[in-house]
Design a protein around this ligand. Structure first.
Ligand code: PXP
Length: 253
């Protein structure tokens, strides 16, 4: 039995910007939150520049790129405007996500099967610029196979349906969704894709998902920023790391 791989924590700071934008002005500053998150043990910072700029703004992305000491993962829709920004900013990584103006958060993964031809040039251009591209997908074998065929080196599994089933006490659905995540994570490793996961995770679900050995990064935002109100961001990140480490210690390769 080999030692399970390290599990990175990417902290999504979008909702610090949500609070700032509720009043306008400069505070609370998501860049300050990113710096604090890194000091507290985050391995990277994730930010979603949405088309409607409802939370993160263009200037936040520029300041994050200039100031943070860990990798920046830019979540973005596959549009030419976002591609131009990514090529200018050159984040370490870009995660392509579906985006609907009416949604409160990223509701599902990319429909990569239908969008194959649309996504391919985005993956190529970003990769050519040295940006590590991931596709945010539902945990399905077909989606992973298409992600590989468009040349993405990384996929991020959408954990939202599983987390939602647990939150609403739907144990049967939760079991089914967890099974899909387990199978998809194993398939990603088999076909040579780096596997990340995220959406809706909390201390309990992060611990559980950390048991899947092929997942090497979790991206977590809303829960951590919410907990920060009560415990402070550093403590929330410390507890999240502890949960992730406890789950990873049970991972079987
Ligand atoms: N990963 C991706 C691709 C996302 O779009 C989001 C939400 O912005 C997250 C992870 C984080 O989700 P949450 O804020 O629910 O932790």
């Amino acid at each position: 039995m080999s030692k399970p791989r390290a599990l990175r924590l990417g902290v999504n700071i979008d909702h610090v910007a949500t609070v700032r934008n509720a009043r306008g002005g400069q505070v609370p500053d998501p860049v300050r939150a990113a710096q604090l998150a890194i000091e507290a043990g985050a391995d990277g910072i994730t930010a979603h520049l949405r088309e409607d700029r409802r939370h993160i703004m263009d200037d936040d992305i520029l300041r994050l790129k200039e100031t943070i000491s860990k990798p920046l993962n830019l979540e973005m829709a596959a549009t030419t405007q976002m591609l131009d920004i990514a090529l200018k900013v050159r984040p370490h990584a870009a995660c392509l996500v579906p985006e609907k103006r009416t949604e409160r958060t990223t509701e599902g993964g990319l429909d990569v099967v239908a969008a194959h031809n649309h996504l391919k040039p985005f993956v190529s251009e970003l990769s050519r610029a040295g940006i590590r591209v991931s596709l945010f997908v539902e945990p399905s074998i077909a989606a992973l196979d298409v992600a590989r065929s468009v040349g993405a080196p990384v996929i991020e599994l959408h954990t939202g349906a599983w987390c939602h089933a647990l939150d609403t006490g739907d144990a049967e659905r939760a079991g089914r969704e967890h099974g899909r995540l387990r199978v998809a994570a194993a398939h990603a490793a088999e076909i040579g894709l780096e596997c990340h996961a995220g959406h809706g995770l909390n201390y309990q679900t992060a611990e559980k998902i950390a048991e899947l050995p092929s997942i090497v990064e979790l991206n977590i935002g809303h829960f951590l920023i919410g907990e920060a109100i009560f415990t402070g961001l550093s403590e929330a990140i410390r507890l999240m790391r502890r949960s992730m480490d406890a789950g990873r210690a049970r991972a079987v390769q």
